[in-house]
Write a protein that binds this ligand. Sequence first.
Ligand SMILES: [Zn+2]
Ligand SMILES: [Zn+2]
Ligand SMILES: [Zn+2]
Ligand SMILES: [Zn+2]
Length: 343
Amino acid sequence: MEVEPSQIPLQPLSNTRHKCPACYKQCKKKEHIIEHMLTSHHSVHDPKCGVCNKHCKSFESLREHIFGPLAKVNCSSIFAERDCILCLKICSSVDSLNEHKETCHLTTPQPIETVEIHRSANEMINIRSQEVVAICCVMVGGDWSQELCARVCLVDEDENIIFQTYILPPTPVADYRYEIIGISENNLQDAMPLNEVRERIQQILYSGEPIGRVLVGHNLEKQLHCLKMSYHDHLLRDTATYQPLMKTNFFSHSLKYLTKTYLGYDIQVGFHDPYQDAVSAMRLYKRMCSQDHPMVWVSISPSQLIIGCSNPWKSVAHERMTIEELLAISRANYQCWCLDSQD
Ligand SMILES: [Zn+2]
Ligand SMILES: [Zn+2]
Ligand SMILES: [Zn+2]
Ligand SMILES: [Zn+2]
């Protein structure tokens, strides 16, 4: 007797499906999983679950994997016991977790008025070579809902203020936003003109660094726009647009949210403080830089190479490789900040 197609028992999933070894996505056909590997940009720089090793596109999706409504039970139960809620690291014991928390969980930086300024205006050109600086601009409202930079603060890697000043906006102020940022007309009356501020900032960025130093901040494009200043894209480290720190839909988080979620303290509770914001962006940057990502070296056999192709990713015959080999040569589609500390 002939068997109707609908009566053929389905084979178990594991026999018929190909699984991505990074995100565990499953496909029926090998060419689909190859296509997935070519477009997913998995790499050693992905945030990963410390229990099942699943790669996620951002820390937010890793948080969903651990704490979300569809969380994996095994992962979330181990995380519940020994995981640091801020950096999502799993510790070997409850004791080591407590020890870890002391370095991971930070406290709110002191407000700008109480910070001692370690460098005078003349000294500021002697910033350590290759030192990264973080910036925060505070804006008031101009005409036509224009944003005008009214205060700026730059800090070094050790959270010292390199430069901070009120800024005399080049056009009239329509709204001082006193309730949010604590700036009044008095503060800006004799403030430094914008072009002078820009010169100082450029001096900081280029002193001893012919091509410029790395600049950290939140929403840098907007800040630079308000300073009427341009800077090299490849030297910007923006906590608003760094993929691992973004929402699962790749929208930006606020600096307030990132600081609370990754560093464990509140900012912008009272007046918006440019020192606290600049330090928080710097701390987020340093935390991301210190991610322990192994460097991978992959050897590709001659049979897998396509001769005469200069792009390493396109020069291999993907269908001749295993999925694990494809993962090994796959590269992130963003520049991981851990690479800053590796040269
Ligand atoms: Zn995948
Ligand atoms: Zn990395
Ligand atoms: Zn997991
Ligand atoms: Zn931690």
